[in-house]
Ligand binder design. Sequence first.
Ligand SMILES: NC(=O)CC[C@H](N)C(=O)O
Length: 229
Amino acid sequence: MKSAIIVFPGTNRERDMAVALEQASGKAPHMVWHRDSDIPDVDLIVVPGGFSYGDYLRAGAIAAHSPVLRNLKEKADKGVPVMGVCNGFQVLTETGLLPGVLMRNAGLKFICKNVGMRVETSQSLFTGGYEDGQVLSIPVAHHDGNYFADEKILDEIEQNGQVAFRYVDENGQTTAGGNPNGSIRNIAGVFNKAKTVLGFMPHPENAIDSAVGGTDGRGLFDGLVRALS
Ligand SMILES: NC(=O)CC[C@H](N)C(=O)O
């Protein structure tokens, strides 16, 4: 699996993402700078976490208008798989590639902790390394992770099976206690309609090593390699 990682001024998870992708695929990803107008031909494009352009204006809003995003949108429209993690999820909602928005956390505080994340479907090229309903422990680190969409969009994405992940409590239930940031219907990640674009807030690239934070994130990268190699 060949991959590319988009890097903006203020991105900070590109290295962790590169380590995770290389560990799973055996190939170092291309790092693509925000000013570049062409992304190489790859099997997967990743928009990693961080604070693109300092989160000014609104997290992901300026990145959505960067030169590299024009090419990313063209490739996504052609069906090239795109994955946005944390700030990457914010960028992909701001571009309109994914439904909904990410607002300030309900508690108005930056949250950095492990959360329960339930895999809503294994039927995608991103989640095939997991079982339906599998509950993972994955870290979050954000202040704007509060997913929101209106009821019409929510009903539509639920019906289309576009909810990829939900926050759950220690019993695997979608309670308020298991919801770290106030996300509507406990949604932690969504697909586009064709399931070729995925965005979510937790950081699987920081859960690939038992010495630091556990290995629950590995399934995502291993599943991608299986689907895209
Ligand atoms: N770790 C991250 O990607 C941070 C995401 C985003 N800038 C926020 O704080 O909400």
